[in-house]
Design a protein around this ligand. Structure first.
Ligand SMILES: [Zn+2]
Length: 248
């Protein structure tokens, strides 16, 4: 190799190191769909104090949406879907795909399998709880066409939540979880594999499902109802989104 060739290669390497303008993060053009888990007709899990999951999901998704918009992610959309549980899943996917979303984040709150429930009385009504487990969890599907990017976002968000002192739900690897048992892809920040989830596997954009916390754990339900915890999660999602947009 002569020196002029070497100089040419150096020049080429320099040109390649600079990303094309289209790959730069432009928050206002970055289309995020915040999918509110469940519907007003089919409200998901019931908390230890008999409040439906859908209300928690809606409130948190709206707050995350506000924080993202304040951070410049103007194209953020909070997606509320109507109808029966199963039919609503394909509607969500259809909306995300039609909108050419850059990223899809489904917001949920967690419970436990029925066999683990214990009985207590809340405001005079027979109610159910389980204080045995708690914490948030993140799910990704290997069937999603952008699995690598989905996993990258989940790791970023897991790290942001961990940095704020929150612990992830560790029970999903345990045999007692039965059909809800999942492979832990990142044991540092709590990312699980859940291939069959429709909203993750059929969405064309990168997609992650966040179980923000447990509603069936009596202490954690109180935390999930507090503005401090909600704010902490909204800020964590915003920081992870910024990191994801810049790195993609
Ligand atoms: Zn749910």
């Amino acid at each position: 190799m002569n020196f002029s060739q070497a100089a040419g290669i150096r020049k080429f390497a320099k040109a390649r190191a600079k990303p094309p303008a289209t790959e730069k993060c432009e928050p206002r053009k970055f289309r995020i769909i915040l999918d509110v888990g469940h519907t007003s007709e089919s409200q998901g899990a019931t908390s230890a104090r008999n409040d439906p999951e859908f209300g928690f999901n809606l409130h948190l998704a709206k707050l995350i949406g506000e924080r993202l918009k304040s951070a410049g992610f103007a194209a953020t959309r909070v997606l509320v879907t109507e109808g029966k549980a199963k039919a609503s899943l394909l509607k969500r996917v259809g909306t995300a795909n039609d909108a050419h979303a850059d990223f899809f984040l489904s917001i949920h709150h967690d419970s436990v399998p029925d066999k683990m429930l214990e009985e207590w009385e809340f405001e005079g009504a027979k109610s159910f709880f389980s204080d045995r487990f708690g914490g948030h969890s993140l799910f990704v599907s290997e069937r999603n066409p952008r699995f690598g990017a989905s996993l990258a976002f989940a790791r970023l968000l897991g790290k942001e939540l961990k940095d704020r002192g929150l612990q992830y739900a560790s029970q999903y690897t345990l045999p007692l979880m039965g059909r809800y048992r999942h492979q832990l892809l990142d044991k540092d920040v709590g990312v699980y594999r859940y291939d069959g989830l429709v909203v993750l596997s059929r969405t064309r954009s990168a997609a992650v499902l966040l179980e923000a916390g447990s509603l069936i754990n009596r202490g954690e339900e109180m935390a999930m109802n507090s503005p401090e915890r909600q704010e902490m999660i909204a800020v964590a999602v915003t920081a992870a989104t910024r990191g994801f947009c810049e790195k993609r």
